[in-house]
Write a protein that binds this ligand. Structure first.
Ligand SMILES: Nc1nc2c(c(=O)[nH]1)N[C@H]1C(S)=C(S)[C@@H](COP(=O)(O)O)O[C@H]1N2
Ligand SMILES: [Mo]
Length: 235
């Protein structure tokens, strides 16, 4: 257990980094966990697909804490990958040519998960598209082949298994996942933007008891997935 007085408001440290999320994603896994392939769409001049281009962007490494909205925090995770801002400037702008006012960004995962953030937050220097964690290739648990890491925002913004990123002029056509109160448009940890309308002390109280059951559900699903993969490999 970590007792760190400097954790953000309402967060509690945990020693392990669990596979986590909303329960209906526990049994969904990426089809392709080795090869990076991201569609770039939305209000763009050219629909584009990037994959091998990633290798030409400068890599970076960072140590950051990960804060889930349900109040758990895992500290000092060592991610490596490329900065989202380098991805945007070196790949998205030249290849897809988004409209200059397309600043509402939707990120989607192979498991059907989705989240959004305004472009200005994604361009912050600590936002990565990560393919490695703690010196090893990203595991399926944590988002292979590529995930977003946005440490200043609650974990629900850090989409795993990314396969599509959209740049839109307006957020009007976008429907967030789950109940509306669970999704804050910016979800900044320092401002405790956990959700909408419901007071934070109620959200903390509602979410905390869900952590352990969710961790166990996601672990069990992962074990079953690995067992099935091993079985089909044998046959
Ligand atoms: N594709 C995808 N991304 C996702 C999720 C998910 O279920 N699927 N869950 C989100 C939530 S709520 C959290 S807290 C983090 C958890 O990341 P982890 O499983 O690496 O701990 O991923 C986020 N990104
Ligand atoms: Mo989360």
């Amino acid at each position: 257990m970590k007792f760190n007085a400097s954790l953000p408001p309402g967060q509690q440290g945990r020693n392990t980094f669990p596979r986590f999320g909303m329960s209906h994603f526990a049994n969904r896994f990426p089809k392709e966990s080795a090869q990076i392939e991201i569609q770039i769409g939305g209000d763009v001049r050219n629909f584009a697909v990037v994959g091998s281009e990633f290798e030409h962007v400068d890599r970076t490494e960072q140590c950051s804490d990960f804060h889930c909205v349900t109040t758990w925090t895992c500290t000092s995770l060592r991610w490596s990958g490329i900065r989202f801002s380098d991805f945007y400037h070196q790949l998205v702008l030249p290849l897809a040519d988004p409209s200059p006012d397309a600043t509402f960004v939707v990120l989607r995962g192979q498991d059907g998960y989705r989240s959004s953030l305004p472009l200005e937050y994604l361009l912050a220097p600590d936002v990565l598209l990560a393919d490695r964690l703690d010196g090893q290739a990203l595991s399926i648990e944590h988002g292979a082949p590529l995930r977003l890491v946005a440490p200043a925002h609650y974990g629900y913004k850090s989409v795993k298994h990314i396969n599509r990123i959209e740049f839109w002029r307006s957020s009007v056509g976008y429907r967030p996942l789950g109940f509306r109160f669970m999704t804050h448009p910016t979800a900044r940890v320092a401002h405790e933007e956990r959700g909408l309308w419901v007071p934070n002390r109620i959200l903390r109280y509602l979410y905390r008891p869900l952590i352990l059951p969710a961790v166990l559900l996601f672990e069990r699903a992962m074990r079953a997935h690995r067992a099935a993969a091993a079985e089909s490999y044998k046959n």
